[in-house]
Design a protein around this ligand. Sequence first.
Ligand code: NDP
Length: 479
Amino acid sequence: MNIKNYINGNFHNPSSNEWIDNFCPANGDIYGQIPNSSKADVENAYIAAKSAFPSWSRTTLEERSRILLKISEGIEANLDKLAKAESQDNGKPISLAKAIDIPRASSNFRFFANAITQFASESHESVGMNAINYTLRQSIGVVGCISPWNLPLYLFTWKIAPAIAAGNCVVAKPSEVTPMTAYLLGEICNEAGLPKGVLNIVHGLGTSTGQAIIEHPDIKAISFTGGTATGAHIARTAAPMFKKLSLELGGKNPNIIFADCDYDDMLKTTVKSSFANQGQICLCGSRIFVEASIYEKFKTDFVKKVKQLKVGHPSKNDTNIGALVSKPHLEKVMDYIKIAKEENGKILCGGNQVTVTGFENGYYLEPTVIEVPTDECRVNQEEIFGPVVTIMPFKTEDDVLQMANKVKYGLSATLWTNDLKRTMRMSHQIQAGIVWVNTWLMRDLRTPFGGMKASGVGREGGFEALRFFTEPKNVCIKY
Ligand code: NDP
């Protein structure tokens, strides 16, 4: 199936008529083609967005909210179709796409449909100066949204929904590896009555199509989720053009387990936080630190549970671990397993590619647990972004804090303990944008979302996203 660019409410072939193969990770087959969009296509998308902006930015909040709700409903109504497309494109179990990815994409629109009606700005009476100041929060204009392949529609809509709720028009690019659900979203937007040009979706390579978006002189803000190296490149390109930037980047998140935690709950959740979505979630707890007194017990119990996870075709209901997203990504993850061995890491389970009968060319890998001799080894420091976790024991709170913070990333952290004082102490000191205590990936969409250090700049989520997608202007009136 060939997919097309969605520009000004219509579907277009790329102007160059050049196409890129789209692979199905579950069997390695090419099952479609996507536009290899050029600068000219991005320009067309920009022109459509620019012409839609004056009217959309003046559309009442009630009307914008009504349309966003209709998009949310449209996603819900197409749950099966979208989940199937996401699974086929990404390799994730269809059950996961159905339970998490697609419902969350719908929630993103519903949430921002409501949030925009509650978003307010401040006013300040300047006492003794006979003046009042108020803050106008104005739509920015045309903004760019670029998203990765791991949670395709989930993260794509996490950007687009607040951007258009705030009155902007969008030029968006999903990952070239997983373009299918973004393509299907175009039709849903048309059916929901989103005016032409408010959302434009161009497909293609990051280095050409994405590059044309970030260096476009009149695309005033860029919201990007993806790898840290790409984020640094985007910052280098966009900063001298004084664009507003929100960068949600990589992670290498600690999962810190104290002996006083609720053990069974911790064990069950740790299997999920390690391997959900084949470990391809930026928030996965890929470095597990366990208090020494329960280390041996944890190691035995955890490995036993991990060995029970079923690697299989994403369409099967009993599949826990589907296919990795692409061959190059599978090779990258396998390289890290080799590096772990060279660094004297002990593979406690997994480590091998899996052949799924009938789908021999798919990109399957066993969930892998590596016991590392030191927190400083590469597999403990670098983002692997696959079904691979490291484990090691710790003795004291200070030791584990030091190790938790001794990486370049700072996205999220998970803490398992029932000691309130320790929870408070550690939550203050952990360098991460999000700290989960006795849970993982529990999300309230009102909360600020983002990372510290090499995990990003800025926060999205809730009103933070609406602040990012608006320009504050102070108006001072003397009376
Ligand atoms: P990439 O950085 O490779 O790509 C992300 C997006 O940027 C893709 O759409 C890509 O296009 C595009 N892109 C690549 N180069 C450029 C460029 N020069 N200009 C503009 N756009 C470009 O990341 P991945 O897709 O590999 O995603 C995995 C990464 O995303 C991991 O590091 C993960 O941690 C991170 N991530 C962070 C999250 C967070 O919230 N902090 C959440 C989810 C993932 P194309 O794919 O076509 O190359």
